[in-house]
Design a protein around this ligand. Structure first.
Ligand SMILES: [Zn+2]
Length: 173
């Protein structure tokens, strides 16, 4: 079952879908079947994913990364947790796996994910350009909002002024 058209994940014939595996090399992806694709985009039916026991050892890094992420999604299943523990990945590939939440997410100075409405604390004095004051280290900023097109920027109110703050200078409270 290893002709060029078989699914990278479950080996079914008719791998008609390309699925991009984000967070790694540009344009990295896998060739998978309809069934796998539909479930990845929606709900995973655990029974189908026993196939990961073999595909997680694929020689293709993109396949391994996707397999590791799917096992993480299936972590409620004992067998999936066992497989995830057995899966040994090169450091580089593991970093790619972990890079998933980072891409496009707003994270604070510790890497914690920020969401709209969070309270953060400034970890250094920040001169506010144009406003003529310095936002002091230790200032709590409540109810932040995320700048959608820039994961390094959030907005919040300090001394009555709405300012843009770099995520690397805040800590989630
Ligand atoms: Zn498949």
């Amino acid at each position: 079952m290893s002709n060029a058209l078989s699914c990278d994940l479950c080996s079914a014939e008719g791998a008609t879908r390309f699925f991009a595996v984000t967070g790694g090399p540009e344009e990295a992806g896998v060739q998978i079947c309809e069934t796998c694709h539909r479930q990845i985009e929606g709900e995973l039916e655990p029974g189908h994913w026993r196939c990961l026991a073999s595909s997680m050892w694929s020689g293709e890094p993109a396949v391994q990364v996707l397999a590791a992420r799917l096992l993480a999604r299936l972590a409620e299943q004992d067998w999936a947790r066992d497989l995830a523990e057995q899966l040994w990945l090169d450091e580089e590939i593991q970093a790619w796996v972990d890079n998933q939440t980072r891409v496009g997410s707003h994270v604070d100075s510790n890497g914690a994910i920020l969401v709209s409405g969070d309270t953060v604390v400034l970890i250094k004095d920040l001169p506010v350009k144009g406003a003529g004051f310095t936002a002091k280290r230790g200032t709590a900023v409540r109810g932040i909002s995320l700048v959608q097109d820039n994961p390094e920027h959030i907005e919040g109110r300090v001394e009555g002024q709405r300012i843009v703050i770099l995520t690397k200078f805040v800590k989630k409270k």
